[in-house]
Design a protein around this ligand. Structure first.
Ligand code: HEC
Ligand code: HEC
Length: 265
């Protein structure tokens, strides 16, 4: 009797262990099925290696690229083959080209485009971004009427986007999605000027971003015509780089703090 019970218990244990193992095997088989589906094998249309190396080569800057620095690096590295006017044997940069490509595309051209000389060995990531933003600003820089555009931005856009473009305007808290932060590189550097112009003109559906084409400002001083909306694109862009004026202001700041240090002594 006792032996029979023991055997029955052992049999039960063996069945239990077996079923656990079987279930385990089934689960792991399913999992490997799932993960197999996720892996797409490299092919001509899906070159895994290119993607990987491009990913390693690409990085956003850690602070606003400097136009002043970019000008020097451009002169030393690009001017031999490129110019901003028609010159024999040189590739000309035009505004219409610059408006059609993203800043990231320009960075990738001089970093990982196999059809173009790569500068990734000779120039740091920061230096390459300095060049990209200098190149852009040379063709599509600050708004011509900077102070006026700044005032209109303050009166019409800052309530959501904030005066410094940090998406921290008075009503930002109540909005979903949040207003765009114009200092966010992974957002603005992935858009062409034409795209930004389109968004300012027509607004963004299902968000608080209104269309501005043809509007007048509150005091009816200014119409949001094509020309003015292109000035706004330039204004939105200037949050993404630093200019000579910014550098001068910083110098001024350091000069002042030097003087006050000096006075203390
Ligand atoms: C040795 C010559 C040479 C140098 C140096 C050079 N480039 Fe180029 N670049 C070219 C040529 C050639 C093209 C292709 C022109 C064409 O397709 O019409 C080109 C095209 C480009 C384009 C357009 C790419 C596209 O398809 O969108 C950009 C942007 C560019 N270069 C940026 C730069 C920058 C920035 C530098 C300096 C860091 C630089 N290049 C240095 C020769 C050069
Ligand atoms: C009532 C709030 C509000 C006002 C006023 C407003 N915006 Fe926006 N804006 C938004 C929101 C919200 C988004 C983000 C929409 C999204 O996430 O797709 C946005 C997105 C944008 C974008 C797209 C950028 C990006 O990276 O997605 C641009 C450019 C822009 N606004 C410019 C302006 C300008 C210029 C003005 C003034 C003429 C203005 N906005 C006024 C709420 C506003």
């Amino acid at each position: 009797m006792k032996d029979k019970e023991k055997i029955a218990q052992i049999a039960r244990t063996i069945t239990l262990v077996c079923s656990i193992v079987v279930v385990g095997l089934l689960i792991s088989a399913c999992q490997s099925n799932i993960s197999l589906k996720k892996v797409s094998l490299p092919s001509d249309s899906n070159p895994l290696i290119d993607e990987k190396s491009a990913g390693e080569d690409f990085a956003y800057p850690t602070k606003d690229p400097s136009i002043v620095e970019g000008k020097k690096f451009y002169a030393a590295n690009c001017a031999s083959c490129h110019s901003f006017t028609k010159e024999p044997n040189k590739h000309e940069f035009t505004v219409s080209y610059i408006n059609k490509v993203t800043p990231s595309h320009l960075f990738k051209t001089i970093t990982s485009n196999p059809k173009h000389p790569s500068f990734k060995e000779n120039l740091s990531i920061k230096e390459r971004w300095d060049i990209v933003m200098y190149l852009r600003s040379e063709l599509f820089g600050l708004p011509e009427d900077f102070e006026k555009v700044k005032t209109e931005f303050g009166a019409n856009c800052a309530v959501c986007h904030g005066t410094r473009g940090f998406a921290d305007g008075n009503i930002h808290y109540y909005l979903n999605p949040k207003p765009a932060n114009f200092n966010q590189f992974d957002r603005l550097y992935e858009k062409t000027d034409e795209k930004i112009f389109d968004e300012i003109s027509n607004g963004i559906p299902w968000t608080a971003m209104p269309p501005w084409a043809g509007r007048e400002d509150k005091q009816k001083h200014y119409e949001f015509d094509d020309k003015f909306r292109w000035q706004l694109v330039k204004y939105v862009r200037q949050f993404g780089y630093s200019t000579e004026a910014d550098v001068l202001r910083k110098d001024e700041y350091f000069k002042q703090s030097d003087e006050s240090d000096y006075k203390k002594k």
